[in-house]
Design a protein around this ligand. Structure first.
Ligand SMILES: [Zn+2]
Length: 139
């Protein structure tokens, strides 16, 4: 009988996750230090430039800058999806981490229904922020 704990993640997966976390931290440090509203080196949204419409990511960098500085109202004003998404991810991360290790081994961080729900929210947010009634969601 094998009593060894189940292997949850391979070394390759842990390495990739560590690289993603490091890249995210480095990107967040740049956004924290350089205000996207005043620094011109950030990329411009090509969807907005070509269509004049706001994509789900429009205002995301400014919202991240505001969020990293603790300005939640500005973050909400620039991109409500970032603030809402960060909250959902935080709750999901705590819930995922709270589960016992053997039960977690086969569990996915994002079940399929969650991904479909996320897609529906992003599409609804995109449509709403481009309608006159949803102008409060525009950056
Ligand atoms: Zn955009």
């Amino acid at each position: 009988m094998n009593s060894a704990p189940p292997k949850i993640h391979s070394a390759k997966t842990r390495y990739l996750v560590a690289m993603l976390v490091l890249a995210g931290a480095a990107g967040a440090a740049v956004v924290y230090c350089f205000n996207p509203s005043t620094c011109g080196f950030y990329p411009v949204c090509q969807f907005h430039r070509l269509t004049g419409l706001n994509c789900p990511g429009c205002g995301m960098t400014r919202a991240l800058h505001a969020l990293l500085h603790g300005n939640f109202s500005a973050a909400w004003r620039d991109n409500a999806l970032l603030l809402g998404g960060a909250g959902v991810l935080a709750v999901r991360g705590v819930w995922y981490g709270w589960q016992k290790v053997p039960a977690r081994a086969g569990a996915k961080f994002f079940p399929k229904i969650f991904l479909w729900l996320l897609l529906a929210i992003v599409l609804t947010f995109t449509v709403l922020r481009n309608l006159p009634a949803g102008a409060f969601l525009s950056p």
